[in-house]
Ligand binder design. Structure first.
Ligand code: URA
Length: 210
């Protein structure tokens, strides 16, 4: 596998993902599991973030200790399902700046249509992590990443929960510079653009809107 694509095969992630896939899992449990899994995925997607140092005093002595420059990080949630991943990451990095991109899939063409975009300033100086649980056709994700590039972002990562091979291929083709972190690469997309075996519509399952 492409070294720019990381599948987080940690047993805790895989266990929680299985529970999320099950169709009988309640909305409350699904949401809770997504929150927990996002903490674990955040661990991987933030690997290699730049550290700075802070002069601190331990009970024994002074030292220059490593700290994150949280303000240098921008988390971009692709609405609405991205918010499920966003919440967990924000728990770990509360100082991160946050943006939202609203895209919906035209059901006929499966192409993304933008209806909202509000992102932090100076994206060129930040590590930008774009989050969306489902990398299906890859059209929305590729469009959201392009939007961030158009706004100056140079250092972008993409985090999802599930990916279809088609979505990975689309992203690799459009944005070979953007590393992808996912918990699973599933088998394929069905005719409606859903990931199989997948977990259904992530937004509906998260918000109970079906
Ligand atoms: N979006 C979803 O929520 N689920 C899929 O399987 C594909 C796209």
């Amino acid at each position: 596998m492409d070294e720019q694509v990381t599948v987080v095969d940690h047993p805790l992630v895989q266990h929680k993902l299985t529970l999320m896939r099950e169709k009988g899992t309640s909305t409350a449990s699904f949401r809770q599991l997504l929150r927990e899994i996002s903490l674990l995925l955040a661990y991987e997607v933030t690997r290699g973030l730049d550290l700075t140092t802070k002069r601190i005093e331990t009970p024994l002595c002074e030292m220059d200790a490593p700290i994150l420059e949280g303000k240098k990080l921008a988390l971009i949630s692709i609405l609405r399902a991205g918010n499920g991943l966003l919440d967990g990451i924000l728990e770990l990095i509360p100082a991160a700046r946050v943006g939202f991109v609203g895209l919906y899939r035209d059901p006929e063409t499966l192409q993304p249509v933008q209806y909202y975009c509000k992102v932090p300033a100076e994206l060129e100086d930040r590590t930008v992590i774009v989050v969306d649980p489902m990398l299906a056709t890859g059209n929305s994700s590729a469009a959201a990443v392009q939007l961030m590039k158009d706004k100056g972002a140079k250092n972008i990562r993409f985090l999802c929960l599930l990916a279809a091979p088609e979505g990975i291929a689309r992203m690799r083709e459009a944005h070979p510079d953007v590393p992808i972190v996912t918990a699973s690469i599933d088998e394929q997309l069905n005719d409606h653009g859903y990931i199989v075996p997948g977990l259904g519509d992530a937004g509906d399952r998260m918000f109970g809107t079906k």
